[in-house]
Design a protein around this ligand. Structure first.
Ligand SMILES: Cc1ncc(COP(=O)(O)O)c(C=O)c1O
Length: 345
């Protein structure tokens, strides 16, 4: 592997924004078969005007990251888990799953083809990968598409919430992102379209994002914007909501393992009442984009609950953050199979 000449970017101040990188991967499904797929320079796709992805939201996507280690290796965090979740999302909206082999090959190919865009070690940035699967082809009625397009593109990103590892405030939303027994567990576009207005309202009111409550009773925390919720109880237990309308966050399940194996904390998935936040000494939002974002306060029905003084990162949250990001950047040995190395050729 030679020395890669990186593009000239202000790596430390990258936000979470699209940047056109050199190559992306595209594959097509027709007559029951996936094509091998290939890399292309063109960052536009040409699809039929009747595509189900456009009219009926028949689509799903993923998000995962690659990290540069101190010794220059590039590691992708748990891509097999994203492949499995995309499979589940696809089946939920009647799309043919992308074979895991195709998914993993595409993700590797996109990182390898854009090495100069992968942020160097130590600057708090990473290379975000966005796989997506959409229903395409000639169609009119509400039914599954005749053909499908699978793509993966990637770009360098920094922090999702501008604060980095500093507590931010959230407000509960009266709106729901998903229905009980609906598609909340799937990473499908409809859930995100349904979230746009709630997000906008929260931001306009001065909050980082909104918190979704359970769609049946509006009394239990479900999601924190596009991230899962966790709380650390006063006696040191890691607690995170359990519900079938929450997206199963790969970061959340990884943190549960980190909490248990590295921090020796008990972990629990259970109901988290919006009325009993006093049980928690610390709280956070977790996800690929959010990483761990400490929650300073939550406003519900006009009253704000602060975690601690609302400004300080709790000690457990900090340890979870340091351990998780340590594993992702290759500084801490992770559980077997978590970090998948990219062959830089
Ligand atoms: C609604 C929602 N919840 C949770 C998450 C976090 O999931 P993960 O940790 O797999 O990124 C995401 C984003 O990825 C999301 O969009």
């Amino acid at each position: 592997m030679g020395i890669i000449q990186k593009v000239d970017l202000d790596w430390k101040n990258l936000g979470f924004a699209y940047l056109k990188t050199d190559l992306r991967f595209m594959a097509h499904y027709r007559d029951g078969t996936w094509s091998d797929g290939a890399l292309t320079e063109d960052n536009h796709i040409h699809i039929h005007e009747g595509s189900t992805a456009i009219h009926y939201g028949q689509q799903a996507f993923e998000g995962l990251k690659a990290y540069t280690t101190k010794d220059g290796r590039i590691l992708i965090f748990r891509p097999d888990q994203n492949a499995k979740r995309l499979r589940n999302s696809a089946l939920d909206v009647m799309m043919p799953p992308v074979p895991e082999e195709l998914f993993l090959r595409a993700v590797q190919a996109v990182v390898r083809a854009n090495l100069k865009w992968v942020p160097p070690y130590g600057l708090g940035a990473s290379f975000y990968l966005r796989p997506y699967l959409i229903g395409v082809g000639q169609n009119m009625g509400v039914r599954p598409a005749p053909e499908y397009h699978f793509g993966v593109f990637g770009c360098p990103v920094g922090a999702y919430f501008k604060s980095g590892l500093a507590p931010v405030r959230f407000i509960t939303s009266a709106r729901d992102r998903a229905a009980p027994h609906g598609t909340g567990q799937a990473k499908v576009g409809g859930n995100y379209a349904a979230s746009l207005l709630a997000h906008e309202q929260a931001v306009k009111a001065g909050y980082a994002d909104c918190i979704y409550l359970d769609p049946l009773s509006h009394s239990k925390i479900e999601e924190v914007g596009a991230a899962n919720f966790f709380g650390i109880t006063r006696d040191g237990k890691f607690v995170t909501p359990k519900s079938d309308s929450i997206l199963p966050s790969i970061t959340k399940y990884s943190l549960m393992e980190v909490a248990q194996k590295y921090l020796s904390l008990p972990v629990e998935e259970s109901d988290v009442s919006i009325y009993h936040l006093d049980e928690f000494a610390e709280a956070g939002a977790c996800g690929t984009a959010a990483v761990i974002t400490p929650i300073g306060g939550i406003t519900h029905n006009g009253r704000e609950h602060l975690f601690g003084d609302g400004k300080t990162v709790g000690p457990v949250t900090r340890k979870l953050y340091d351990t998780l990001t340590g594993i992702q950047y290759g500084d801490v040995a992770g559980p077997s199979g978590w970090m998948v190395e990219v062959d830089q050729g």
